[in-house]
Design a protein around this ligand. Structure first.
Ligand code: C2E
Ligand code: MG
Ligand code: MG
Length: 388
């Protein structure tokens, strides 16, 4: 197994290959980038690519590696200032390449540590198994059965006041366990949407969420409940009445309930959804734009949608410590949303440093693994008691 460095700078390749080989890793070098098209990559476990090269640049190489479905690690290097390297990392992710490290030139000798041992530094911490071996067709049948038998559960993840570290409410997250592993909600919700199962699934999630929420001892202290909805669910004209009926059944005031809505871009083009949103708001429900800034949410909705809250996408919080751009964006979103009278909440807080940076930026509310992971809805009362 070997590492391949693609860089037209001969001095650099010389320095790099000597340094790497001293650690016992074999290093091959390509100074003619276009030669990659004919190169035998069978033994190459890791490719390091310089971004700016004449004739065939790093981005073209990334595209080529995507096309041949290259499975090894990829690191990207550049001497250029600014955000170019970060963009290349994003491109790796979009191509579903196995991204390893960014190397900004010049770098000190410590960089070698990044390559020993060969293991992915940035592995996605996903609670779900890698893309299923099961076919979608089997999954759809099983999903239909699970909905019918009410075998979709809800987990509650607490939201916090960042300063007091007290819980202010919960977000309900759908869980489907199949053969003792969870299927990701994004996956099964997409399957439900494409196979006419969504209205039954929505009804089940609403019922489960409100039922468990009504059993929380302390909800009279102002704890709220948030439920997720995709924009297709909002096209169902019957949704406001269903939610109102369920809220009344479980004796929960509508202003305790927030609907977190993703994909607001799709909403804009649909008057029915805007009508549904407005009716929900008239009934007293709160409305939150989820994953704000992710590309599926739109600033335009802030002008025209009757929203009360904005959730800053996890992607920005994730990079708040090491990307100055993210910090600027997170602060600007806060200022804009606050001036528009919206409640702002940060999602995906994983470290105390992220929490502190957010507090410094005036954020009051947040959610994330640092505070608490999602838990089975029936464990919430116990958790509330132990939290005190
Ligand atoms: P979301 O609404 O943005 O929910 C937050 C997701 O981030 C959840 O993933 C949660 O487990 C995860 N999360 C929370 N804190 C952290 C953290 O600190 N670090 C990291 N890495 N992740 C964190 P989950 O449960 O897998 O849900 C994914 C998405 O699926 C949700 O994103 C939501 O869009 C959708 N979803 C989940 N439940 C439902 C549902 O009942 N209905 C609909 N329509 N969509 C749902
Ligand atoms: Mg959400
Ligand atoms: Mg979100």
């Amino acid at each position: 197994m070997a590492l391949l460095l693609i860089d037209d700078d001969k001095d650099f390749t010389q320095f790099f290959s000597v340094a790497i080989e001293e650690t016992g890793i074999k290093c091959q070098v390509l100074t003619q980038p276009i030669a990659i098209l004919q190169y035998d990559l069978a033994d190459i476990e890791h490719i390091i690519i310089d971004l700016s090269m004449p004739d065939f640049d790093g981005l073209q190489i990334l595209r080529f590696l995507k096309e041949i479905n290259y499975k090894g690690y990829i690191s990207v290097t550049s001497g250029q200032a600014g955000t170019l390297l970060e963009s290349a990392k994003e491109i790796c992710k979009l191509h579903k390449l196995n991204f390893h490290t960014l190397l900004r030139k010049p770098f000190d000798i410590d960089f070698l540590e990044k390559f020993i041992p060969f293991k992915a530094k940035e592995t996605l911490s996903s609670p779900y198994p890698p893309e299923e071996l099961r076919s979608d067709a089997t999954l759809i049948i099983q999903l239909k059965k699970a909905i019918k038998q009410h075998k979709i559960d809800v987990y509650f993840q607490p939201k916090f006041n960042l300063k007091t570290r007290q819980p202010v409410g919960f977000e309900a997250l759908a869980r489907w366990s199949l053969d003792n592993t969870f299927v990701s909600p994004e996956k099964f919700i997409m399957l439900a949407e494409n196979n006419h199962l969504m209205s039954d699934l929505t009804a089940l999630i609403i019922d489960q969420s409100l039922k468990y929420f009504s059993l929380i001892d302390e909800k009279k202290n102002g704890l709220g409940l948030a439920i997720n909805f995709s924009s297709t669910e909002l096209r169902q004209n019957g949704l406001p009445d269903l939610l109102l009926k369920k809220a009344q059944q479980y004796r929960i005031s509508t202003n305790m309930i927030t609907l977190e809505i993703t994909e607001t871009v799709l909403l804009e083009k649909n008057t029915m959804s805007l009508e549904v949103l407005t009716r929900l708001r008239l009934m007293g429900f709160k409305l939150s734009i989820d994953d704000f800034g992710s590309g599926y949410s739109s600033v335009n909705m802030l002008q025209n949608g009757p929203f009360t809250e904005l959730k800053v996408d996890r992607m920005f919080i994730d990079s708040i410590q090491n990307k100055p751009q993210s910090k600027i964006i997170v602060k600007a979103i806060f200022d804009m949303a606050t001036q528009l009278g919206l409640n702002v909440i940060a999602e995906g807080i994983e470290t105390i440093d992220e929490a502190e940076a957010l507090i410094q930026m005036q954020y009051s509310y947040g959610q994330g693994f640092f505070y608490s992971k999602p838990m089975p809805a029936n464990a919430v009362n116990e958790w509330l008691r132990s939290w005190k």
